[in-house]
Ligand binder design. Structure first.
Ligand code: ADP
Length: 246
């Protein structure tokens, strides 16, 4: 469902991604862990077209973007990929002047052409699912960080993406709010949502992920099921990371 093949990304002379090949199947939860600055966030941005890349290819649900194709000609494929992929960021990016319901209902109206009643019905259902069904008319500023993040997850789901990418979704949250958000994500995982989660929450990776990929200095140094990678790591980089974060 998601595949990258020898993905390279440079900023100027600095190599940020150095040949990342990785596959995620439909219904799979992939956790990406690794030291800060290793390229995890850049990798997610390359997957959903927020960032261009210099070598290799990205395939999402049969749609391929290859670095050899000129930028201008990638635009249409980029747009299609963007619609297949939802994104949840560390900072929630809700619209401050829209209430909770509108934050979730508006994107499907504008992008997918849903009618307002249809979109609001979908939004209500999803907000119920993330435990925010009783805060439909609240403004984002009236919510805790954990609540805002749950609204942001509902907003991503409202576009019915093929996969959702989470970029350190709990890094800005205290432990209680982190727990609320991770529990919503674990529910999605149980329902078969394809997800890639960049996270420092090693416990979450251990419990929920099917596969863990360890990024270090722009490469995937180790991949496998959590009970192998996290309990019996083959690489020193993974052992160092677990000593620090695990
Ligand atoms: P991670 O998510 O693993 O912490 P990032 O993907 O955020 O890593 O960053 C990888 C490296 O790329 C870092 O050294 C960072 O400074 C650099 N970087 C990220 N974005 C840019 C940018 N827009 N311009 C230049 N360097 C960047």
């Amino acid at each position: 469902m998601i595949q990258t093949n020898d993905l390279w990304k440079r900023y100027g002379k600095t190599e940020i991604l150095r040949g990342v090949s990785l596959e995620v199947s439909r219904g799979e939860v992939a956790a990406i862990i690794g030291p800060s600055g290793g390229g995890k966030s850049t990798f997610l941005r390359c997957l959903n077209g927020l960032e261009s890349f210099d070598g290799g290819s990205v395939t999402i649900d049969g749609e391929t973007i290859d670095a050899r194709v000129p930028q201008a000609r990638r635009r249409e494929a980029n747009r299609r990929i963007c619609q297949k992929i939802g994104m949840v960021f560390q900072a929630f990016h809700l619209f401050a002047h829209w209430n909770v319901l509108r934050n979730v209902a508006e994107p499907p109206i504008r992008v997918l052409g849903l009618s307002r009643p249809e979109a609001e019905e979908r939004a209500r259902r999803l907000l119920d699912r993330v435990g925010m069904g009783d805060r439909l008319t609240a403004a984002p500023s009236e919510l805790s960080g954990g609540q805002q993040q749950r609204v942001a997850i509902a907003r991503a789901l409202a576009m019915r993406p093929q996969a959702i990418l989470f970029d350190e979704p709990t890094s800005a949250l205290d432990p209680r709010m982190t727990g609320e958000v991770l529990s919503v994500m674990a529910d999605l995982a149980r329902d078969g949502q394809t997800m890639i989660v960049v996270t420092h929450a090693i416990g979450f990776a251990r419990r929920v992920a099917h596969t863990v990929h360890v990024f270090d200095k722009g490469r995937v140094v180790e991949s496998g099921p959590p009970d192998r990678v996290l309990e019996n790591p083959a690489q020193q980089a993974t052992r160092d990371l677990l000593a620090e974060q695990g």
